[in-house]
Design a protein around this ligand. Structure first.
Ligand SMILES: [Zn+2]
Ligand SMILES: [Zn+2]
Ligand SMILES: [Zn+2]
Length: 211
């Protein structure tokens, strides 16, 4: 077989799930969830519950969920698994805060796309305010009040480098991120205002120029 055909065959293999009817290592669910190519290195296909447990430190990886009746992978955000998972701030052990049960819908833009996700701010008595909780998690709030969206420090740094080196503008950069999120129904991906990205980038650059 020619090398090109062999490579194509190997690529096509990743569209299948040969473990769909196998039990996960926890023994409680089937192997139906994987991590997208730009996430974990060789993530072993697991059940939803194990995926969530393994990803509390990597909540911006895209989950791929296998639909057995359609035999396809569909992309899901971390928050769409296990009936609704939230990114817990402040609690480094990944356990849910006992001070509150409230999750907030949140748009977080990262280097691999735009996540329509859920965040749980810490509600413990000694908890810092929301801006500090976001910044402690390397999330740059998009607004000063009523926090509903943020950019990861990683995406701001990456845009800064693209902008400096290839003169890529905020408009093109944000649209690339929306395509990375979903290249088929891109119009459904939440949009961040380009001017907002510029404003945030300028503030971020000023404060991090000595890093
Ligand atoms: Zn499992
Ligand atoms: Zn992962
Ligand atoms: Zn707490």
């Amino acid at each position: 077989m020619a090398l090109e055909e062999r490579l194509q065959e190997l690529i096509l293999r990743s569209y299948d799930n040969p473990y769909a009817d196998k039990l996960c290592k926890c023994g409680k669910g089937f192997c139906l969830v994987s991590c997208r190519y730009d996430g974990c290195f060789r993530y072993p296909i697991s059940c939803e519950s194990c995926y969530v447990k393994e990803h509390y430190r990597n909540p911006f990886h895209w989950a791929l969920v296998w639909l057995p009746d359609k035999a396809i992978w569909v992309q899901r955000d971390f928050s769409q698994l296990c009936g609704g998972s939230a990114i817990q701030l402040e609690h480094h052990d990944g356990l849910p805060c006992s001070g509150t049960k409230n999750d907030t819908g949140f748009i977080i833009t990262h280097t691999n796309g735009v996540h329509d996700t859920r965040v749980r701010f810490c509600g413990c008595l000694d908890a810092p305010d929301h801006i500090e909780q976001l910044m402690n998690a390397s999330l740059f709030p998009a607004t000063t009040l009523d926090h509903k969206s943020a950019f990861t420090h990683a995406v701001l740094k990456q845009f800064h480098m693209h902008n400096l080196q290839s003169k890529c503008g905020a408009y093109d950069y944000i649209y690339s991120l929306r395509r990375l999120t979903d290249n088929v129904t891109t119009v459904k991906v939440p949009v961040s205002h380009f001017q907002l990205v510029y404003t945030i980038l300028t503030v971020f650059r000023t404060h991090t120029k000595h890093f």
